[in-house]
Design a protein around this ligand. Sequence first.
Ligand code: DHE
Length: 550
Amino acid sequence: MKRSVLAVTGLTLALSGAAYAAEPTLSPEAREASKKIYFERCAGCHGVLRKGATGKNIEPVSSTKKPDGTVVEGGTRKLGQERLVKILTYGTEGGMVNYDDILTKEEIKNMATYIQMPPDVPPEWGLKDMLASWKLIVPPDQRPKKQMNKVNLKNVFSVTLRDSGEVALIDGDTKQIINIVKAGYAVHISRLSYSGRYVYTIGRDGLTSLIDLWMEKPAVVATLKAGIDARSLDTSKYKGYEDRYAIVGTYWPPQYVITDGDTLKPLKVVSTRGVTVDGEYHPEPRVASIVSSQIKPEWVVNVKETGQILLVDYSDIKNLKTTTIESAKFLHDGGWDSTKRYFLVAANASHKVAVVDTKTGKLVALIDTKKLPHPGRGANFVHPKFGPVWATSHLGADVISLIGTDPKGHKQHAWKVVAELKNHGGGSLFVKTHPKSKNLWVDAPLNPETEVAESVTVYDVSNLAKPPVVINIAKMANLGKTKAVQRAVHPEYNADGSEVWFSIWAGKTDPSAIVVLDDKTRKLKAVIKDPKIITPTGKFNVYNTQHDIY
Ligand code: DHE
């Protein structure tokens, strides 16, 4: 069966030389419905203004300057209605997937017309809008003074339930659901306060939620609509600033907001509109990953379209100092090296990984990788020959690249791809290991082959000559036949590194599950099933997320 989850995340269109279509129009109702579909399914990859990032440029009329200076005219109007319907229905070899199992024929027809019309531009979202949206449900002085439940909080997992817009808090010791809370449309990630008390979540609709784990039944104590479209957030982790601030990055408007850590009250909004590393103005440079330094009062804010990495010093937010580091365009996700001094981030559509030294505030290297590196936060381990390395897998290749990260002890290998391991397929999103583990786990949920998408590869990092093992995780969940593919996604360790958890991500109306393996034996330990576990994707163990352990 050939399907792909990119169908729910975005479109990729190839240009052909067809003639321009006639002036496209839609009824107000069809336009409104198409606009909604565009924002929910397409904007993530192509951008609100359709200038392209992970997906291609799909402006109605576009012109691309080639390296030799020639200009190629293109755009969706040139492609025309018929061709666009075909692309939307069947997908393309270039990465665009079929929408025929997600949208109706009528919706596809309207979408083909809609993307030939000028983009709808959502409103700006400033401090005033944010303040009006802000809800302080339980003020700090009415919250518990100590932990009121008996849960081992270190081993709680905050699990994204993508299609129900919720987060499930699961006790990692007992595997019981502690609570399920509303967390915004297609909630994306969870991050932890430095103290480990608060979980912060971000919905794609910009809804930011603050969950207090100390309550008898942990629940949301504050929310903020930080923007119209968002993917990332983090908290202040430097000594003296623990739990003081949070930062939320938004796709639309392209900006970030600094908030109070324990109330989410918005304090300062900073635009990321500006100039790319090529020196061209970009109107929609979206905030991709954000991480929090523990060696300085700084956040590393990665701006996708411009390729600029911002080191934002939060020690004086009224007089905000920012270091702007040129790297490569289309920055996406990334993680720390094992010392937490260097941050490695994928510039995915540039097929590169950028390395920043947060101590000196400088770019250290831009490393060529295979097509579309996608590390999640990556994985750190000590390679028997090359010393400390950080790993990334790829969306566009069945390869896991290992990059040397030890410029002191292994200078000749630092910031180079020192080895490439074979994954069981392309379409990988996440890799994971743990300091106490010898295993490196790699998924491939976006692979078009069902068997590959259901499986993961595991390497023994102490002996990489040993052939890896491919395990079909979905089969272990024993869910029976489902409408959607049961994608095995996002390995995550428990706090002591003895278990590794995988989400089985099926359709919204299908049963889904979380599969827990014993890391040492690689054998099944538990399957967490519940009708309320709808489309689980990311899982964030409190202790590991709090301390950036991966
Ligand atoms: Fe993600 C991380 C953006 C689609 C699951 N995703 C991130 C980050 C960004 C991002 C910028 C880094 C956040 C950080 O560290 O601060 N993701 C995007 C997109 O733009 C994209 C491609 C399309 C979209 O429309 O959203 C996209 N992501 C997806 C999915 O379809 C996934 C697989 C399922 C889902 O839940 O939506 C998905 N993304 C994740 C997860 C992480 C993530 C689980 C965190 C990984 C980690 O271990 O930290």
